[in-house]
Design a protein around this ligand. Structure first.
Ligand code: GCU
Length: 432
């Protein structure tokens, strides 16, 4: 009876992931492959030549490979979730141009003590349901707008967040990231935006004791297994739960066919994984995501100018699963590279946006990933990358495999948002 309530696709996916991971070779028997693995060749060497085979065989295989060797398996969708409380609804936000609300979601089976606070801003003037950006923030929802009612997280926050005292958020942080999210611009351009704080899922500390992960452990398990979810997988789960909320509770105001996911840096790595794993995300913008996201893992391991997987696994040991550490000295043994994660988004539009001074995120390597994913877009009958070379600074390459680079540093700012909105207008159509 219970099983019949679970959608068939979920049962199928779970079954696929289990059987795949059991079959994947252990690290020692993986061959060295210094060249980028062909996204269209299966682990057993079979070449995929049709869209049907890509969708039925290679796509699920790659999804399982990335979870098995790199990110860890995303936790499943809990058996039940509810909107525990709508904290407030303010239809006068931005001089009456938008309605701002915040909802607190609770999850059961497994029962999570964590609560997910979703901040939602929807334009009041619109001719139909609005396209939406879903994003994850670094410092708490209250940092997005100086509004007295937005919830301030009780959990750990980064020391670097404005208003943070003893790694806890305070009233002083209200509105301090408004120039990163630019709600006024998003609303003026006709889009809605939903946002959540990564710490509601798993604070970005080096262990999982304060995150949702342990709630998904097997009975008797006390620490993560080699391919259990790292923080990036758990955060991607968060994107998916926000999308459940939009689809199930807000589909009259939000166009659930036009959901864009966005995130900066570590949150951008999460954005790309979330999009690769969930086709409800119709467009993705992993901004300055770099190593472990948009940039290749195959870089010379002694490079100091760009981040390597050895460096990322050392400094951020909780972002990926334990299996990934095995590849620190030999990234050439990975049976995929990051172009394959991008290819999992095909045929959907994905924009890689960057900054000239942010070489750490390897903007050149990212363009190579776009090129290497293009054959999958072609197989699916759509054009991918409309350029052979990187576009000049400040010129948006707005093909389905999109690219942008601007002068300046590692940050998300108003100029970036202008570009995100232009890119979304191109692929979603301008909101009326
Ligand atoms: C560090 C890390 C990057 C990450 C960035 C961020 O620089 O090395 O991988 O993207 O933090 O999240 O801001």
């Amino acid at each position: 009876m219970l099983k019949s309530l679970i959608p068939a696709t979920v049962v199928l996916l779970t079954a696929c992931s289990l059987s795949f991971s059991a079959e994947f070779p252990d690290f020692k028997s993986l061959p060295s492959r210094p060249e980028l693995p062909d996204p269209l060749v299966m682990v057993d060497g079979t070449r995929v030549t049709t869209a049907a085979d890509w969708n039925a065989r290679r796509r699920p295989e790659l999804q399982a490979l990335f979870q098995h060797y790199m990110y860890g398996y995303l936790p499943p969708k809990p058996g039940k979730w509810i909107v525990e409380e709508v904290l407030f609804t303010d239809p006068t936000f931005l001089d009456g141009k938008a309605t701002l609300s915040e909802s607190r979601l609770a999850f059961f089976n497994p029962d999570l003590k964590h609560r997910l606070h979703v901040l939602l801003v929807i334009p009041n003037k619109r001719s139909g349901p609005a396209p939406v950006f879903v994003g994850m923030n670094f410092c708490g929802n209250h940092a997005l707008a100086n509004h007295p009612k937005i919830h301030i997280p009780e959990s750990w926050v980064y020391k670097s967040c404005a208003g943070s005292e003893n790694e806890r958020a305070t009233e002083k942080g209200r509105g301090t990231q408004s120039d990163a999210w630019n709600l006024d611009l998003v609303i003026d351009r006709g889009y809605a935006l939903a946002n959540f704080y990564s710490g509601d899922i798993d604070p970005d500390t080096a262990d999982f004791s304060d995150g949702i992960e342990p709630a998904f452990y097997k009975q008797g398990q006390t620490s993560p297994g080699p391919s259990d979810a790292g923080a990036i997988s758990a955060w991607a789960w968060g994107y998916h739960r926000v999308i459940d909320f939009l689809v199930e509770k807000h589909s009259s105001a939000i166009d659930v066919k036009r959901i864009a996911a966005v995130g900066h840096s570590r949150n951008g790595k999460t954005t790309l994984l979330a999009a690769a794993m969930d086709e409800r995300i119709a467009l993705a913008i992993p901004h300055q995501a770099g190593c472990g996201g948009t940039a290749p893992s195959r870089v010379a391991i002694d490079r100091k100018d760009v981040e390597t997987i050895r460096r990322i696994n050392t400094v951020f040991p909780h972002w990926f699963c334990d299996n990934f550490v095995l590849f620190n000295e030999t990234p050439d043994k990975l049976p995929f590279d990051q172009h394959c994660l991008l290819a999992l988004c095909a045929p959907r539009p994905v924009l890689y946006s960057n900054a000239v001074e942010d070489q750490w995120a390897n903007p050149d390597g990212q363009f190579e990933m776009l090129k290497a994913a293009a054959p999958v877009y072609a197989l699916l009958g759509t054009s991918g990358l409309d350029a052979k070379e990187r576009p000049a600074s400040r010129v948006l390459l707005d093909s389905k495999l999109g690219y942008f680079i601007r002068p300046g540093k590692h940050s998300m700012d108003r100029e970036d948002w202008g570009i995100f909105l232009d890119y979304a207008d191109k692929h979603f159509g301008k909101p009326k």
